[in-house]
Design a protein. Structure first.
Length: 180
């Protein structure tokens, strides 16, 4: 059995071209801070906001919170340019019907078909509007997606009164692709 540290930019190529069944490949777990912790407060509000594919980690956080019996209000704002780009809509709408403490807010910038299941506007404004002024100090905010969206909302949430320690972010930056 071959053991190889995987940390080079071409680890995918090595995996497909050289790895054999039984090779031990050490992996490093996630290193971010954007995840649900039930010990941080099961009754506290959670506000999750994403644009585009930023929904992916928030979908996991949402499912984790609901599976662990989170009792506080949970709001998920997901923004996109057009209704057809909002993925997991049916699943999120179903979760909202199953959990009285969960509110799903799909948001689109352009709504050419006048899809009534989506709110028109921008996700940042609707996220800020979803903050409960009476519970801002205890609200945990999770932001994912475009770096400008994440940075801007992080600042707005902090300026509105959310504690810095309660704001968790995952900005999706593009890494340059190495030439082959």
């Amino acid at each position: 059995m071959q053991t190889r540290p995987v940390h080079e930019p071409d680890e995918s190529r090595w995996l497909f071209e050289n790895a054999t069944v039984g090779d031990a490949i050490p992996l490093r777990g996630p290193a971010g801070s954007c995840f649900y912790l039930p010990d941080a407060g099961q009754n506290e509000p959670l506000l999750l906001s994403a644009v585009g594919t930023g929904l992916a980690p928030l979908f996991g956080i949402l499912n984790d919170a609901l599976a662990q019996g989170h009792r506080g209000p949970v709001t998920l704002v997901h923004g996109s340019g057009q209704p057809e780009l909002l993925y997991y809509r049916a699943e999120l709408q179903q979760l909202a019907q199953q959990h009285v403490n969960f509110c799903y807010v799909p948001v689109v910038l352009e709504n050419p078909t006048n899809d009534v299941s989506c709110r028109s506007g921008d996700a940042a404004s609707l996220t800020m509007a979803a903050l409960d002024p009476a519970r801002i100090a205890e609200t945990r905010v999770f932001l994912c997606g475009n770096p400008d969206f994440v940075r801007g909302l992080r600042k707005q949430a902090f300026m509105k009164g959310v504690r810095s320690a309660n704001i968790f972010c995952d900005a999706f930056v593009q890494r340059p692709v190495a030439a082959v």
